[in-house]
Design a protein around this ligand. Structure first.
Ligand code: PMP
Length: 415
C-alpha cells in the first residue's frame, strides 16, 4: 500500500490514529490487513485495552457494595463512565444512562418493560423497514404477547424512509416508534429530528437504535429529542458485552423493573420487595465493570479526537470509495440514500456475495457478506444478501483503493 498523507484535508492525522490500533498492523494471508468490517465491530485502541488491563491489575473489586478502598475506586470508575456517557449524549441526568450488554439488550429492556406496561390489544408499535433484527424481533415478541400489532414504515428505492408514510401510520393506537439512526445494511442516516417532531405531534415516544452512529457522528439526545437511545460499546472502539440504554427520566421512572436480583432492590423480604431508584433499578447483578470502564475510555478516545473531525474524515474516505467502486463493471450499490454514513452495501452481477468475501479475504481484505441481520430490508430490495464494506476513523483512501483492486480480482476469477 502507498503511504498515507499525514494530515488529511479534514484535519485528522489518520496515520497517528492507526498507530493506536495494534490489530490493524498485521498480515492476513501474507497481505497487509485491510479491515473494512467496522459495522460488525470496530478495533480497539491501546488506550481502551490499557485502561481495562489497568483496572484489572489495580482496582478490581465489586461495585456499590464494599466499604473497602478497591471497591470505592471501582465504583468511582464505573459511575465516572456513566457520567462520560451522559456528557457524550448531552443527556440531562446520569441516572438516564442504563448500562446493559449492548444494543440488543437495551431494546429488549424497553420492549419488556415499557412495552409490557403500555401495550394492549389493538395497540401498535412502528418500526422502519430497514431495522436490524434486534429492533424488530423484541417488538414482535411483546406485540404477540400483548395482542398488539407491528406496523412498518416503508423505505423508497434509494433506501430512504418515506416520511409521508410515517405520518400516515401515526395514530393514537401507536405506543412507540423504533427507528435506526444509521442503517447497518444500507448506510442510510435517518433524519431523526424530523421523525421525533412528527411522532411528538401525535404523543408517540421514539426509540432510536444508535448502534452504527456513536463512533461516527456527534449524538445529542436532547437536540434529537429522542425518548430512548440504544448503542453498543464494541461498535465504537470499546469492549464487547457492554452497551447503553438512554431513556428520558420521566419514562424510565414509570417503567417496571425487568430482571430481578442484587443491586436493583432497596429492601427484600419474602412478603415484599421494594426496588432501587434509577439507574440501578435496571442494572440487576454484577455488571461488566471493566467493560463499562473500557467504554468510558473509548468515549474519551473518540471525543479526544473529535466526532466532527472523525465524521469529516470518514465522509472524505467514503466519497473516494464510492467513486472507486463506481468504476467496477457490474457493481450495483444497494442503498443510495440522501445522507449516507460509512457503510457501502453492494452486489456484483452473477457473483454470490460470499464468494466476493472469500476472495477478498485471500487479498487481506475483511468485509462482511450476508443479510446483515436485516432480512426484511434485503427482501425489500429483492436480494438475499450483499457484500458490505464499512469504515471507521482509521480507514484510509488507500484501503478503499485496495478494495476496488480486490473486486477487479474477483471479476477476473469469475471471468
Ligand atoms: N442495530 C444495528 C443497526 C446494528 O448494526 C447492530 C449490530 N450489527 C445491532 C443493532 C445489534 O448490536 P449488538 O449485537 O451489539 O447488540
Amino acid at each position: 500500500m502507498t503511504p498515507v498523507a499525514a494530515a488529511t484535508p479534514t484535519g485528522l492525522d489518520v496515520e497517528a490514529v492507526r498507530r493506536d490500533f495494534p490489530a490493524l498492523h498485521q498480515q492476513v494471508h501474507g497481505r497487509p490487513l485491510v479491515y473494512l468490517d467496522n459495522a460488525a465491530t470496530t478495533q480497539r485502541p491501546r488506550q481502551v485495552i490499557g485502561e481495562i488491563v489497568r483496572f484489572y491489575e489495580q482496582d478490581n473489586a465489586n461495585i456499590h457494595r464494599g466499604v473497602h478502598l478497591l471497591s470505592e475506586r471501582a465504583t468511582k470508575l464505573y459511575e465516572g463512565a456513566r457520567e462520560k456517557v451522559r456528557a457524550a449524549l448531552n443527556a440531562t441526568l446520569a441516572r438516564e444512562i442504563i448500562f446493559v450488554r449492548g444494543t440488543t439488550e437495551a431494546i429488549n429492556l424497553v420492549a419488556q418493560t415499557f412495552g409490557r406496561a403500555n401495550l394492549g390489544p389493538g395497540d401498535e408499535i412502528l418500526v422502519s423497514a430497514m431495522e436490524h433484527h434486534s429492533d424488530i424481533v423484541p417488538w414482535q415478541m411483546i406485540c404477540q404477547e400483548r395482542g398488539a400489532a407491528l406496523r412498518v414504515i416503508p423505505v423508497d428505492d434509494r433506501g430512504d424512509l418515506i416520511l409521508e408514510e410515517l405520518e400516515r401510520l401515526l395514530s393514537p393506537r401507536v405506543k412507540l416508534a423504533a427507528v435506526v439512526h444509521v442503517s447497518n445494511a444500507l448506510g442510510t442516516v435517518n433524519p431523526i429530528r424530523q421523525i421525533t417532531a412528527l411522532a411528538r405531534a401525535h404523543g408517540v415516544p421514539v426509540l432510536v437504535d444508535g448502534a452504527q452512529a456513536m463512533a461516527h457522528m456527534a449524538v445529542d439526545v436532547r437536540e434529537l429529542d429522542v425518548d430512548f437511545y440504544a448503542f453498543s460499546a464494541h461498535k465504537m472502539c470499546g469492549p464487547t458485552g457492554v452497551g447503553v440504554l438512554y431513556g428520558k427520566s420521566h419514562l424510565l421512572e414509570t417503567m417496571p423493573p425487568w430482571q430481578g436480583g442484587g443491586d436493583m432492590i432497596r429492601s427484600v423480604t419474602f412478603e415484599k420487595t421494594t426496588y432501587n431508584t434509577l439507574p440501578h433499578r435496571f442494572e440487576a447483578g454484577t455488571p461488566d465493570i471493566a467493560g463499562v470502564i473500557g467504554l468510558g475510555a473509548a468515549i474519551d478516545y473518540l471525543h479526544g479526537i473529535g466526532l466532527s473531525r472523525i465524521a469529516a474524515h470518514e465522509d472524505a474516505v467514503l466519497a473516494h470509495g464510492l467513486a472507486a467502486l463506481s468504476e467496477i463493471p457490474g457493481l450495483r450499490l444497494i442503498g443510495t440514500p440522501r445522507r449516507r454514513a460509512g457503510v457501502i452495501s453492494f452486489v456484483l452481477d452473477g457473483i454470490h456475495p460470499h464468494d466476493i468475501g472469500t476472495i477478498l479475504d485471500r487479498e487481506g481484505i475483511a468485509i462482511r457478506t450476508g443479510h446483515h441481520c436485516a432480512q426484511p430490508v434485503m427482501q425489500r430490495f429483492g436480494i438475499p444478501a450483499t457484500a458490505r464494506a464499512s469504515l471507521a476513523l482509521y480507514s484510509t483512501r488507500e484501503e478503499l483503493d485496495a478494495l476496488a483492486r480486490g473486486l477487479r480480482r474477483v471479476l477476473e476469477v469469475f471471468a
